[in-house]
Write a protein that binds this ligand. Structure first.
Ligand SMILES: [Zn+2]
Length: 168
């Protein structure tokens, strides 16, 4: 079953599956990687039933979207923090946004929310209230204490800068 923009633009990540988003209402999209992460049998049965009844559609994001999500995550200095499933589900959300003009990603993962917001994808928290804007990040040098706004090497001493999420 393909993407049906008129019925839904909602993409679910693993947390949404575990939290038991009510799958009997409407239509949701997700990826193979997310399904693989849902290992417990009660969730799995629920998901298989949802798939069989056409409420949950498993799609594989095109490679160009995987590439653009990776590039955005790298730009934000978050690429190393994301799993391949995170990238896949973000790429699917970006694909839905491109095809439908809008996309909503259900996730409680703050870093995934950040990348999604940076890509213009709406986010909804499941157990927690979602962020309305990305966190502020800084990159700190553990050796000399330098802080900057981009990942890479410390301009003072050459050490690798480490990601630090700032409180808002
Ligand atoms: Zn330094």
């Amino acid at each position: 079953m393909p993407l049906d923009c008129r019925r839904s633009t909602i993409v679910l990540d693993s947390a949404a599956m575990f939290a038991g988003v009510e799958l009997s209402y409407g239509l949701f999209y997700t990826t193979e990687g997310v399904l693989r992460e849902v290992l417990d049998s009660s969730s799995r049965m629920r998901l298989e039933f949802a798939q069989a009844s056409g409420k949950l559609v498993v799609l594989s994001p095109p490679g160009e979207h995987v590439a653009s999500v990776k590039s955005k995550a790298r730009e934000l200095g978050l690429l190393k923090e994301l799993s391949s499933t995170d990238i896949e589900v973000l790429a699917l959300a970006e694909y839905v946004k491109k095809k439908c003009g809008t996309a909503i990603l259900y996730t409680d993962d703050k870093l995934v929310q950040d990348v999604a917001l940076s890509l213009g994808i709406q986010v909804r928290g499941i157990k927690y209230v979602e962020k309305s804007r990305p966190s502020r990040y800084s990159y700190r040098c553990k050796s000399c204490g330098y802080t900057g706004t981009a990942p890479g090497r410390c301009p003072r001493c050459g050490s690798t800068l480490e990601l630090e999420v700032l409180p808002r």
